[in-house]
Design a protein around this ligand. Structure first.
Ligand code: 8DG
Ligand code: MG
Length: 156
């Protein structure tokens, strides 16, 4: 293994999985991030891919762990390459896999199951006027690029 400064292992990119979870057609679930990169910004539920996991397994596990919600109809959307260099914190290189999914039970309500990581969940329309002002950097970039997570009209 390559070694970095002080003989410690050289930093390597990690894989994240984040989920555009839909409700009522055009709403997505966002939570306020706490205590990690993007503190106080709004982001999708998600987390790090574990060894041997599929993207879909990771998506379902992270959404369940963070919100208690069960999801279905998972589909791969895109991947982004992100390098986070925030003052005072070691830089992080994250390749993030984005999936979309629907609620298995549309009446299920998200809960804050990891209060040290999330300041609350809410549903937002995916457009500039409805979304919270401080989006997590990678999401802000996708929104600015006109990224549309929804299926094309007529396709479900
Ligand atoms: P874990 O240790 O429980 O596995 O993970 P976590 O603490 O829940 O990780 P996370 O930061 O929520 O997600 C992993 C990475 O995925 C995150 O550091 C950067 C990347 N990522 C994006 N966009 C988004 C997003 O909208 N939501 C989430 N949760 N992660 C995202 O690039
Ligand atoms: Mg998370």
């Amino acid at each position: 293994m390559a070694s970095g400064a002080n003989g410690s292992p050289a930093p390597v990119p990690k894989v994240g999985v984040a989920v555009f979870l839909f409700k009522e057609g055009r709403k997505v679930l966002l939570g306020r991030r706490l205590g990690s990169i993007g503190h106080n910004t709004f982001a999708l539920p998600g987390g790090h891919l574990e060894f041997g996991e599929s993207f879909e397994e990771c998506a379902a596990r992270e959404v369940k762990e963070e919100t208690g919600l069960d999801i279905e109809k998972m589909e791969f959307l895109t991947a982004t390459n992100n390098f986070f260099s925030e003052g005072g914190k070691p830089p992080v290189h994250l390749v993030c896999i984005f999936l979309r999914a629907s609620l298995a039970d549309p009446d299920q309500v998200p809960r804050v199951l990891e209060p040290e990581k999330c300041g609350g969940w809410d549903w937002f329309e995916w457009n500039r006027n409805s979304l919270p002002k401080s989006l997590f950097g990678p999401l802000e970039t996708m929104l600015n690029a006109g990224f549309d997570p929804f299926p094309a009209a007529g396709k479900k």
